[in-house]
Design a protein around this ligand. Structure first.
Ligand SMILES: NC(=O)c1ccc[n+]([C@@H]2O[C@H](COP(=O)([O-])OP(=O)(O)OC[C@H]3O[C@@H](n4cnc5c(N)ncnc54)[C@H](OP(=O)(O)O)[C@@H]3O)[C@@H](O)[C@H]2O)c1
Length: 205
């Protein structure tokens, strides 16, 4: 869902997007590419990782390291990796728990596992419809970014701006992913309250 939403938006604003998957002919990826025109294509995680100048990790958080291993360290080396995933563990039912938290985060785990990749944690604190269309939520509200590489963060910020984001708060290095991932328990409660009405966090100062 997140990969398709982000991918469609990126195609709409002029990028070429390859949707990665565990299999080369994932049914949903084939359908997504069919619906998104000549600049949309599909392949394995490795194909997508090799293709992209910027790579988005839109995989389930508990398997993101496995998915990125399939993508291949060599294919993502040196690239900006926008990590949108949340480490939600649904194995004990609802609500999910965080599989990593407090003194570590998925963003950090990815950065440690792939030290040559420029991980930028972003967009994980809102529904995917809001990620690509912030005006769905009325008024001012915020997106967060964090990561160790300032240039990579600047590149991610430009992409967010092209989606329509006006307020983007830079939280610092990748350890700030602990905080943005730990927003998920409150986000899930709010989702229970508001259901399909888009909402987001706003920092008032
Ligand atoms: N839904 C939202 O609005 C939202 C908002 C913020 C953040 N997020 C986060 O964004 C991420 C994507 O969410 P989603 O709901 O679109 O998708 P999802 O169902 O959480 O994840 C689907 C992706 O995970 C891959 N995957 C599943 N099992 C795997 C395994 N064993 N090994 C490797 N890869 C595996 C799938 O690959 P295949 O294509 O091969 O099946 C697919 O690419 C999640 O981390 C979620 O927490 C979601």
């Amino acid at each position: 869902m997140v990969g398709a939403t982000l991918g469609s938006k990126l195609v709409q604003i002029g990028h070429e997007v390859k949707m990665g998957s565990r299999s080369a002919n994932n049914e949903k990826a084939v359908e997504w590419a069919k619906n998104n025109g000549a600049h949309a294509s599909y392949g394995t995680f490795a194909d997508a990782a090799a293709f992209g100048e910027v790579v988005f990790n839109c995989t389930a958080g508990t398997v993101s390291l496995a998915a990125l291993t399939l993508a291949g360290a060599g294919n993502i080396k040196g690239k900006v990796l926008v990590d949108v995933a949340n480490p939600l563990d649904f194995s004990k039912g609802m609500p999910p728990t965080l599989s990593v938290c407090n003194s570590d985060s998925l963003g950090e785990q990815i950065q440690r596992a792939f030290p040559n990749v420029k991980v930028v944690k972003a967009l994980n604190t809102m529904n995917c419809s809001v990620m690509v269309e912030p005006s769905l939520v009325p008024g001012e509200h915020d997106a967060f970014v964090c990561g160790n590489d300032p240039q990579a963060k600047a590149q991610a910020v430009e992409i967010l701006k092209s989606f329509g984001w006006r307020s983007i708060i830079d939280l610092g290095d990748i350890t700030a992913a602990r905080g943005t991932e730990m927003l998920l328990p409150i986000w899930l409660r709010l989702w229970g309250l508001y259901q399909h009405n888009p909402f987001n966090f706003r920092i008032a100062r």
